[in-house]
Design a protein around this ligand. Structure first.
Ligand SMILES: C[S@@+](CC[C@H](N)C(=O)[O-])C[C@H]1O[C@@H](n2cnc3c(N)ncnc32)[C@H](O)[C@@H]1O
Length: 353
C-alpha cells in the first residue's frame, strides 16, 4: 500500500465516475510515463479496447484499491524481468530517456501478449517499503536511547512490509552537520536535515517484524515486487531501494505473517535480556489498521512497560482534519510525543518541538 499513491489519487469508481475517469484523474497530466499511459488506457477503456478487457470486474471497485496502480506495477514487473526490452527505454530508472508520448504504441501490444498475467497482477495490492523512512526511526531511537541510557536494542516492527526499516543500523544517513551509520553501506540517505541532531551509538541485538502481507526482499520476485511500486521516474528512490535490498541480502530480519496488535503482544511476552531496550516501531502503516488494532497494540505496549524498558516510536501521518482534508506529513513520535516530521518518503527531518 502506498499512502502517497492514496494522497495523489483522484476519482472513485462506484460514485458515478467510470474507470476511465479514475484512470485519467490519477495524475491528471501527461508529464511522465504513467500520466501518458493512464490517459491512453482511459481512452482505450472508453472504446471497449484491451484495457476494458483487462479491467473487467473492476468497474465498481472502491477507488482506494487502485486497480490502475496494480496494472502499471504488473507491467513494470514484466519489464524488470527482461521480457519487454522494447519498453526499457521508457523507464528512466532503467536508464531510459524515450519520449513517454511514444510509449502507448509499444505498451498496448505487450499488454495484449500478457493478458492473463496482468489480470493476475490486479490481485496484488500496491505495497511500498520506503527504506529512507528509517531516518525517522533513527531520530526517535537516539532520543529513546538517551532517555533510557540503554544502548542495546531489540527492534520490533509491525506493518514492516519487507522489513527494510529493521536494518536501520546498517544504513548511512547524512544530515545538516551530522552523519550516522557505516560509511561503506550500500544504502545512503543524503539530505536528512535535522540540524543539531546528535546520533547515539546503539547495537541492534534482535530485529523482527510482521505484516499482514510480508514480502521477502531477498528473493528476485520480492525485490521486483517492491521495485514495481516505485514510480519509474523517482530515480533516487530506486537507487535507495536497490541499496536497501543489497543490505537485506546480508542481514537477516525475520518477518511473520500477522496483524499488528496480536503480534506485538506476543513478541512483548517473550523474555528479553536485562539491559536491553525494547523498541516497538512502525511507519506509515497505522492508517490501514482498524481502530481496534491501534487500541490493542497501544494496550499491549502500555502493559509491557511495567515489565521491560520499552520505547514506542512511530512515523505516522496525523489524522486528517475531516473527510477529504489533505494528508499531512508523517510525524515522528517517541512515546506519543511528536518530536519531528518528515516527507512522505523520508528525508528531510524537520524538528517540530
Ligand atoms: C505503506 S506500507 C508501509 C510499510 C513500511 N512500514 C514502510 O514505511 O515503508 C503499509 C504496510 O502495512 C501493512 N499492514 C496493513 N494493515 C496491517 C495490519 N493490521 N497489521 C500489520 N500490517 C498491516 C501492509 O501490508 C503494508 O505492508
Amino acid at each position: 500500500m502506498s499512502a502517497v499513491a492514496g494522497a495523489e489519487a483522484g476519482g472513485a469508481a462506484g460514485s458515478g465516475e467510470t474507470l476511465a475517469d479514475l484512470l485519467r484523474a490519477h495524475f491528471g497530466h501527461r508529464d511522465h510515463l504513467y500520466g501518458v499511459l493512464l490517459a491512453e488506457m482511459a481512452d482505450d477503456w472508453e472504446v471497449g479496447g484491451l484495457t476494458h478487457e483487462l479491467l473487467e470486474g473492476w468497474e465498481d471497485a472502491p477507488a482506494r484499491q487502485f486497480p490502475q496502480l496494480r496494472l502499471l506495477a504488473g507491467l513494470f514487473r514484466i519489464v524488470l524481468r527482461g521480457d519487454a526490452p522494447q519498453l526499457v527505454g521508457f523507464y528512466p530508472c532503467l536508464g531510459g530517456d524515450h519520449d513517454p508520448e511514444e510509449a502507448w504504441a509499444a505498451v498496448r501490444p505487450l499488454m495484449a501478449a500478457h493478458v492473463d498475467e496482468l489480470r493476475e497482477s490486479l490481485r496484488e495490492a500496491p505495497q511500498t517499503n520506503e527504506p529512507a523512512r528509517t531516518v525517522g526511526l533513527l531520530v526517535g531511537l537516539a532520543e529513546a536511547v538517551r532517555r533510557s541510557g540503554l544502548h542495546r536494542v531489540r527492534l520490533l516492527e509491525p506493518g514492516a512490509s519487507a522489513g527494510l526499516g529493521l536494518l536501520v543500523d546498517r544504513y548511512r544517513f547524512v544530515g545538516d552537520g551530522w552523519a550516522a551509520g557505516p560509511e561503506a553501506s550500500p544504502f545512503v540517505v543524503e539530505g536528512c536535515g535535522a540540524p543539531g541532531f546528535e546520533p547515539e551509538p546503539f547495537e541492534v541485538v534482535e530485529r523482527r517484524g510482521c505484516d499482514v502481507a510480508p514480502v521477502d526482499p531477498t528473493t528476485p520476485e520480492g525485490a521486483a515486487y517492491l521495485t514495481s511500486f516505485v514510480w519509474p521516474w523517482h530515480l533516487e528512490r530506486h537507487e535507495r531501494l536497490a541499496g536497501a535490498l543489497a543490505v537485506a541480502r546480508e542481514v537477516a530480519a525475520p518477518l511473520d505473517r500477522a496483524a499488528a496488535s496480536a503480534w506485538v503482544a506476543q513478541q512483548l511476552a517473550r523474555p528479553v535480556d536485562d539491559g536491553v531496550l525494547t523498541v516497538v516501531w512502525h511507519s506509515v502503516t497505522r492508517m490501514y489498521w482498524p481502530a481496534e488494532e491501534t487500541a490493542a497494540m497501544e494496550a499491549a505496549v502500555a502493559e509491557a512497560r511495567a515489565r521491560v524498558p520499552l520505547a514506542h516510536i512511530s512515523l505516522e501521518h496525523p489524522l486528517p482534519e475531516g473527510p477529504g482534508a489533505p494528508v499531512g506529513m508523517p510525524q515522528v513520535a517517541v512515546d506519543g510525543v511528536v518530536v519531528a516530521e518528515t516527507d512522505h518518503h523520508g528525508p528531510p527531518v524537520r524538528w517540530t518541538r
